[in-house]
Design a protein around this ligand. Structure first.
Ligand code: BG6
Ligand code: BG6
Ligand code: GLC
Ligand code: GLC
Length: 948
């Protein structure tokens, strides 16, 4: 009593400022920004703990995956029943999401009825509670004249922590708020609901999705604002959810896209994380609650507890004589006598003090005007602390999203619901202001969920339905790209037939099978300095290659790379060869060897009829080249003429080879088993060593490695037998010749029509050589991006992508280069990065769009690799059969940007070849120095022969 008197007299000195004494008394509840930032940081740590598989079991904040993978895009439609259980009201609803209304208001129509839940059911047996729920549902169907015969999809908002393994399965972890019905913890509440509906009988209900109220609030608002990726409830309880990157959600398999995570932040502090912020009043509220020790943060924040906190503070102050001159009424001592509605009324802008007085008088108290000011201030501090704590929690969530997405500033909408937020006059303003202070870099908009969470729950169900149907349609579009093993076997057989027909030369063949006049592999004794001119698919490389004498398999390569401008590639022949001559001259200058007249090998990666190693009549341009006056002409002569025109350097072009041949030769230098050359780059092609006996003579006069202009020392020895005037021993050695298959032409007479998709047809139509190189157009870097783009266009037109907007960017040919495909398909890339690549290309995509784009890229590049694998299986089996072997070990020298830089291409190609040619053991040897080194080797070989 004495203590009360002393405290009372101490405070009487401050009587003139009643708010000050409250401030002092509730000092611990007045959180300043540093403390809020600290709480926010702690919550971030809790989120991380909850998301990680290792620490989740011990985490207080459960971070529950919801299996909701995207927010509405406005295209959802349908008619749903909905149950909304767990907030202050239990409601049954009918929700119609109208077609064609998209993002406009009025797109959703609702009818609803609130059903009271008797208190004994909240605390009774779970089965009875759900019996009541299903009886209410049946009553609703009757009342609204909804057919009992028809099947109705139902969405269930259930606002308690549930462990969900799918959208329609959720084990109740624990009750919170006013609920504590027995026998449901650990049970699948969707199943319990289904059983209850069955038991009630007489209805056809399909429970499709169960969602937390936060998720439903986010979805409701997301329907009108696509930036809404956070849901917040400040009602009877409090909680928040947000869209997390799936790769961070350890508890769910897969790392593509996002998933909404129900944080269950009400449990923040259950492990003591907030102990230093907890006051004696919080402890008292907790001790007297349904669930002591649980939902600590919720008890500091939510509507179920705010009134009680105010009551306990006022009671304590009165007991200490600071209020009502020490008078305490029985009503004030009674739990629940001050509610959140009272708190809101006390803080009303104009009538707040009057309301406070009325409320206190109803509690049988006789407050002085100062008492009223003080109690109103208590209420303000308690509710202000609530909004401050919510702001700290939200700041943590938004910071996490910001970091996930690697953003410095961003814009986010929070969908919010709950009686506290909706009815407390100051709450929203305070919350927004504090959040802005805590997170100035984030522009946050709050959108109130006017129609409650049922609309959102219906949308989840609609989204689930839409996604399932969208996935079906995307799969349908992509299915022609997904080749069966039978189809791949067929492609192998057709390639084999193409190889045979080409060799026979009895008429035009899809696969040209061009002799290269290269008979023998390098033997390691090659030496000297050579120039190599390597006209690749992506650039032109001039190289100086030095093979060291006596040092077996040792070479040194110096090179310079020159770009090949489109206007040169598609200008006149003279311009093209003048450009090449200019680059060569520049290189010789650069190396200081302008006067050395080194022998040169020329890699010319196009189909050519060769009659000797240094003659090369271009059959037709492929890939991006279309220079005029070249087709039908000898490109070596054209180059020699260009060099002559330039009149600066002299060049001794000793050999001209296809890039596959150069690549094979490079490989053979390292591995004698290398008898195949493969290019998977801008174009695609293969060469291999074929038995001479299988090569139909084309009337060629020139022998191995022999030059048309007769500079060869062996010219006099030319024979009509397709070899040359070799010795008997040499003849025995020369049994094979390298054939440039030009397999890119497979399909040019229709043999691939059954696997060609509409996108392939478009790509072919829009190419510079329609009807030609059909296999190449399905498999090589120059075209894969275009096939992807055409497929994306189709999907967009079908409304399955980019919200159905066909943008100018998407219509731009060439925006998808192979390098983007490689980047997008990289396993190391999070979906967000895929999205930023697409955005970099001018394609404004959502995360769901990114998933589809990645799927398209994968389907297109996988098919390409499989087709090349099938082609390779045909080649290796042919070599094996040529030699009458049961088993063949062979090495393939490989080059090309697609093979080297695509994350999966090489693996899929190799696997396909392995499966389709099980009797061959094929080793793939990527070329280190490009095919130029091989061209130099061939030049060295040519020279060696001449010197002999
Ligand atoms: C309602 C939603 O509007 O708000 C419910 O429809 C939600 O799903 C509720 O649980 C939360 O607020 P309160 O104040 O009713 O608990
Ligand atoms: C290079 C070779 O490494 O690869 C060229 O040196 C070849 O000769 C090229 O044409 C093929 O790849 P891409 O991707 O440039 O067409
Ligand atoms: C409680 C529940 C939670 C719900 C929240 C708001 O915290 O545990 O699931 O979202 O109340 O209703
Ligand atoms: C094209 C050319 C071919 C070349 C291939 C790879 O298919 O026609 O000669 O080997 O591209 O560059």
């Amino acid at each position: 009593m004495l203590a009360v008197h002393l405290v009372s007299s101490f405070f009487s000195k401050l009587q003139e400022d009643p708010t000050k004494k409250v401030d002092r008394f509730l000092y611990a509840m007045c959180l300043h920004d540093d403390q809020l930032s600290d709480i926010s940081t702690r919550f971030q740590a809790e989120m991380k703990k909850g998301l990680s598989a290792e620490s989740n079991a011990a985490a207080a904040v459960k971070m529950l995956p919801t299996h909701v993978r995207c927010t509405p895009d406005g295209s959802e439609t349908g008619q749903f029943l909905a149950l909304d259980l767990g907030g202050s009201k239990f409601k049954v609803l009918q929700v119609k999401v109208r077609e064609g209304m998209r993002m406009r208001r009025g797109g959703v129509e609702m009818e609803e009825k609130t059903y009271p839940i008797p208190r004994e059911l909240l605390e009774g047996r779970g089965a009875e509670l759900f019996g009541h729920v299903s009886e209410s549902l049946k009553d609703f169907l009757h009342e609204k004249n909804i057919s009992l015969e028809k099947k109705h999809p139902l969405a269930f908002t259930f606002s308690f922590p549930c462990e969900q393994s799918t959208l329609d399965r959720g084990l109740l972890l624990s009750w919170s708020k006013t609920y504590r019905a027995r026998g449901l913890q650990g049970k699948d509440v969707v199943q319990v609901l289904r059983e209850a509906i069955d038991k009630t009988g007489g209805m056809h209900i399909e429970v499709l999705a169960m969602v937390n109220d936060t998720v439903a609030a986010m979805m409701t608002c997301g329907f009108e604002d696509r930036y809404c990726e956070v849901g917040l409830i400040i009602g009877t309880g409090t909680n928040a959810c947000y869209m997390e990157e799936l790769c961070h959600v350890d508890l769910v398999e897969g790392d593509e896209g996002r998933m909404c995570v129900n944080t269950e932040w009400g449990a923040f502090g259950d492990d003591g994380a907030l102990n230093d912020y907890i006051t004696e009043f919080d402890r008292d509220v907790d001790a007297a609650s349904n669930n002591p020790g649980k939902q600590i943060f919720e008890k500091m924040v939510s509507g179920m507890y705010l009134g009680e906190l105010v009551r306990l503070v006022v009671l304590k102050m009165a007991t200490l004589g600071i209020l009502f001159e020490g008078h305490v009424s029985d009503a004030l001592r009674t739990k629940g006598k001050i509610t959140t509605a009272h708190v809101a009324a006390m803080e009303e802008y104009k009538n707040g003090l009057k309301n406070t007085r009325g409320i206190l008088m109803d509690l049988d108290l006789t407050p002085s005007p100062d008492d009223c000011v003080a109690v109103q201030h208590v209420s303000t501090i308690v509710s202000f602390r609530s909004s401050n704590l919510v702001a700290a929690g939200l700041a943590a969530i938004l910071t996490r999203i910001k970091n996930n997405r690697n953003l410095r500033t961003f814009r986010m909408t929070v969908g919010v619901d709950g009686t506290v937020y909706k009815t407390h006059p100051q709450y929203p303003k305070r919350l927004h202001k504090v959040l802005q202070r805590l997170l100035p870099e984030c522009q946050v908009r709050f959108v109130l969920s006017h129609s409650g969470s049922s609309k959102g729950a219906a949308l989840v169900t609609a989204v689930a339905q839409r996604l399932a149907s969208q996935k079906r349609k995307v799969d349908e579009t992509l299915s022609p790209f997904r080749l069966s093993s039978e189809q791949l076997q067929l492609v192998k057989a057709r390639m084999r037939a193409g190889l045979e027909a080409g060799l026979k030369r009895e008429g035009p063949s899809e696969v040209k099978m061009l002799p290269s006049f290269l008979y023998s592999p390098p033997d390691g004794t090659e030496h000297g300095q050579y120039l190599a001119l390597d006209l690749g698919g992506t650039n032109f490389k001039v190289m100086l290659v030095n093979f060291r004498k006596g040092l077996h398999q040792s070479s040194q390569v110096l090179h310079k790379i020159y770009t090949m401008p489109l206007e040169i590639m598609q200008g006149t022949g003279d311009e093209l060869f003048d450009h090449i001559a200019e680059c060569v001259s520049d290189f010789l200058d650069y190396m200081g060897i302008k006067n050395d007249r080194l022998p040169a090998g020329f890699t010319f990666p196009f189909p050519c009829e060769q009659t000797a190693i240094d003659t090369c009549k271009l059959v037709s341009w492929t890939k991006g080249f279309k220079a005029t006056d070249c087709e039908g002409n000898d490109v070596v002569s054209m180059l020699r003429e260009a060099i002559k025109r330039r009149n600066e350097v002299e060049l001794d072009i000793a050999a001209v080879v296809n890039d596959t041949v150069g690549t094979m030769m490079s490989g053979t230098y390292e591995d004698p088993q290398c008898e195949i050359g493969l290019i998977a780059g801008t174009g695609t092609n293969v060469c291999y060593m074929e038995e001479l006996k299988n090569i139909k003579k084309t009337g060629q006069k020139k022998g191995p490695m022999e030059r048309e202009e007769g500079k060869s020392g062996r010219e006099e020895n030319k024979q009509e037998d397709g070899t040359n005037g070799e010795t008997e021993q040499e003849k025995a050695d020369i049994q094979k010749m390298c054939i440039n298959t030009e397999w890119g032409g497979l399909g040019d007479y229709g043999s691939l029509d059954d696997i060609i998709t509409p996108s392939d047809v478009e790509v072919d139509h829009n190419s510079i050589n329609p009807g030609k190189q059909r296999f190449e157009k399905l498999t090589s870097g120059m075209y894969l991006g275009e096939v992807v783009r055409q497929t994306l266009l189709d999907l967009t037109r079908a409304g399955l992508l980019f919200r159905g907007h066909v943008t100018e960017t998407l219509k731009t040919p060439g925006i998808f280069q192979t390098k983007y495909l490689s980047q997008i398909e990289s396993d190391r890339l999070a979906l967000l990065q895929v999205r930023s690549i697409l955005q970099g290309l001018g394609l404004d995509s959502t995360c769901d769009d990114s998933i589809i784009v990645k799927e398209v890229c994968e389907a297109v590049s996988r098919r390409a690799a499989q087709l090349c694998g099938a082609g390779m299986a045909a080649v290796v089996d042919k070599i094996r059969e040529n030699r009458g072997l049961d088993h063949l070990n062979v090495t393939v020298g490989v080059d090309g940007t697609l093979y080297k830089h695509h994350p999966h291409f090489s693996e899929v190609l190799q696997e396909t070849a392995r499966v389709l040619a099980p009797q061959c053991n094929v080793t793939f040897l990527p070329s280190e120095d490009g095919s130029g080194k091989g061209a130099a080797l061939i030049t060295a070989l040519t020279r060696r022969r001449e010197e002999m």
